[in-house]
Design a protein around this ligand. Structure first.
Ligand code: GCU
Length: 611
């Protein structure tokens, strides 16, 4: 009996602070930022995590001094302590270590981070630690207590810390491990840099004992005159279950009662909505009032649907004039700030885009909220990229958890019109099941947005064929093709014909080729701007004729870092398919694409629902 009790106690002690349900709309809450200068310790042998016989320190009842999350300091001249955060180097958080610390450019392993802070938590208030993203695996500790472990490098997570935060000298310690593994999401092979670190905001959120944890306020599927959704209360006191939703510009002041399960589902009929669109990125001020707690947001209302092979925004057919984008900043590191977002999105607008494909993982919340304001529709994707371990149940759970977190964070953002399940995954029964399950899960969380994935294609009897079986589970048939870069003859482009069995909208989610900015030559000389320019001219002639074509998102807006791109003097660790170089130089192909989008924008798409 004693053993059982001890085991229960241990488990409780070690994992009291399980990961909480994700809190949404963090930017508009009562928060304290822990961004800024942190100390860090590079720990390739995980000396701060395991004993010399590899006993994991945080599975022991009492954390030894040698466990880095103890943040211990020698108390006399005799004491043996072989680390000291406060005497260690510093780094700016949020931010990856690869682009901030030169000797860590290629480092894949463990780094510990420590931030000290004071916090005076008033009586009956609750405190949560919210982490915007940590790549790839994080072990999180506060004041020597383990909060939990999180895997997945591009989605937020949070822990309640009410019972362990102190008025002074709190120490938040996070071990980050960006080592790649076959069973991870993504797996070991990606054409992007494996930036390690605390790459997005670290925030403390102060709430009342009972508070608004999450909500969905969008147009009801199929009814543009009804705003519906849910309000979710954390730790509801049923005696105080009144909640209201006000949208003054729509003369809405809805009042409801939250059920015993903490949920209020609502429908609010409304007229005269100014629907969100690229031409009219209208966002309404929304306030949720719960027991005097007011949580505000800016929400756009629009419908997105398909009708056979057409994409309909607010009932009108649209063409997605897009561009693919990786989450990199001007310094060649992970982007996160509003300024980083505006640098990328303003280039997309200059290109003539009404849409961006945020590849290959959920980007930071700043770029999604800026897309809402700028009127750019968004494809958001989880990193089920190439050859993830489709037969592994843990891999599936990881992918699904990342998708759930992305949808929870962003489901009120009008700009997001597509959730993408995957990119260029090899066909197999296990993969088909994996993606079909993800698609089903997505629809269960959000039945309003479209589902897609970037597919590969086949060549049969001289045709390009887009007939991947998972297309049955997708609303939009997207595919990547690289005529003139990975094969095929550019001069024969117009002879290349495509077909698909699906009567669904088709989007070319990637095409393009590399060019080193400033490198000029004949159009048949690979790597020159002239080659890339000719590749775009010829590809667009071919793309024009693809049946059911409803959009394009060339690969890619800006050159980006990749450990796979090694040609000296040309790539030097960069994938050069950008229409803009990582230095911000526009290449000749940029103007070819810009002209094509200018023409596309003029084309009248006359199809509208009900006409
Ligand atoms: C692939 C892949 C991209 C990659 C690109 C390329 O289609 O989706 O992530 O960077 O092609 O080869 O440049």
């Amino acid at each position: 009996m004693k053993k059982l009790l001890t085991a229960v106690l241990l488990t409780t002690t070690l994992f009291t602070f399980a990961q909480q349900n994700l809190i949404s709309n963090v930017p508009n809450r009562n928060t304290t930022s822990l961004n800024g200068v942190w100390n860090y310790i590079i720990d390739p042998y995980q000396t701060g995590f395991y004993s010399f016989h590899l006993d994991q320190y945080d599975k022991q009842e009492k954390a030894p001094k040698s466990a880095f999350y103890s943040n211990y300091h020698a108390v006399n001249k005799q004491e043996l302590v072989e680390y000291d955060f406060d005497k260690s180097a510093t780094i700016t958080i949020p931010g990856d270590w690869n682009s901030q610390v030169p000797e860590l450019k290629y480092y894949e392993g463990n780094v510990w981070f420590k931030k000290s802070f004071d916090y005076n938590l008033k009586d009956k208030k609750r405190l949560f630690l919210y982490l915007g993203a940590i790549n790839y695996k994080a072990d999180v500790y506060l004041n020597g207590k383990k909060l939990g472990t999180h895997e997945g490098g591009f989605t937020p997570f949070n822990y309640e810390v009410t019972s362990i935060v102190k008025p002074n000298d709190n120490y938040l310690v996070i071990k980050v491990d960006n080592t790649r593994h076959k069973e991870d999401v993504p797996t070991v092979n990606t054409d992007w840099w494996n930036y390690g670190g605390i790459t997005r905001d670290v925030t403390l959120i102060e709430e009342e004992a009972s508070f608004i944890e999450d909500y969905n306020i969008q147009l009801k599927k199929g009814n543009a005159n009804s705003i519906s959704g849910f309000i979710k209360i954390n730790n509801l006191d049923i005696a105080q279950n009144a909640v209201s939703i006000s949208i003054p510009e729509l003369k809405i002041n809805y009042k409801g009662k939250v059920g015993a399960d903490g949920i209020l589902n609502f429908e609010i009929p409304t007229k005269k909505i100014s629907y969100w669109s690229p031409e009219n990125p209208k966002l309404y001020d929304v306030t949720i009032d719960f027991n005097g707690q007011k949580l505000t947001d800016k929400i756009g209302f629009r419908t997105i649907a398909t009708q056979e092979d057409k994409i309909l925004l607010n009932g009108k057919q649209i063409f997605l004039r897009g561009i693919s984008i990786h989450e990199e900043n001007a310094k060649g590191g992970r982007a996160n700030s509003k300024e980083d977002a505006l640098r990328l999105l303003n280039w997309a607008k200059e290109l003539g885009c009404n849409y961006v494909r945020l590849a290959h993982y959920p980007h930071n919340e700043n770029i999604i909220r800026e897309a809402d304001k700028l009127g750019l529709m968004v494809w958001e994707e989880i990193p089920v990229y190439w050859t993830v371990d489709f037969a592994n149940k843990n891999t599936y759970q990881n992918a699904q958890d990342q998708l759930t977190a992305a949808i929870t964070r962003d489901k009120n953002r009008a700009s997001i019109i597509i959730w993408s399940m995957a990119n260029e995954t090899p066909v197999s029964d296990a993969r088909n099941t994996f993606i079909q399950n993800l698609a089903r899960h997505t629809k269960s969380l959000d039945n309003t947005r479209l589902i897609s994935a970037a597919l590969l294609t086949r060549h049969v009897d001289g045709f390009g064929v887009i007939d991947d079986k998972i297309g049955e589970s997708l609303d939009i048939i997207a595919f990547n093709q690289y005529l003139g870069w990975y094969g095929g003859k550019l001069e024969d482009a117009e002879k290349n014909l495509w077909k698909t069995p699906y009567n669904k909208p088709v989007v070319v989610s990637e095409f393009g080729g590399d060019a080193k900015a400033g490198f000029h030559g004949e159009k048949n000389e690979r790597w020159t701007e002239e080659y890339q320019e000719y590749l775009y001219i010829q590809n667009l002639k071919m793309i024009e004729k693809i049946p059911h074509l409803s959009g394009t998102s060339p690969w890619i807006l800006v050159d980006f870092r990749s450990p796979k791109r090694l040609l000296p003097g040309i790539q030097d660790g960069y994938n050069r398919k950008g229409l803009i170089s990582n230095e911000g130089e526009k290449k000749k192909a940029f103007y070819i694409m810009q002209d094509w989008y200018t023409q596309k924008k003029k084309e009248q798409l006359n199809y509208s629902l009900g006409k």
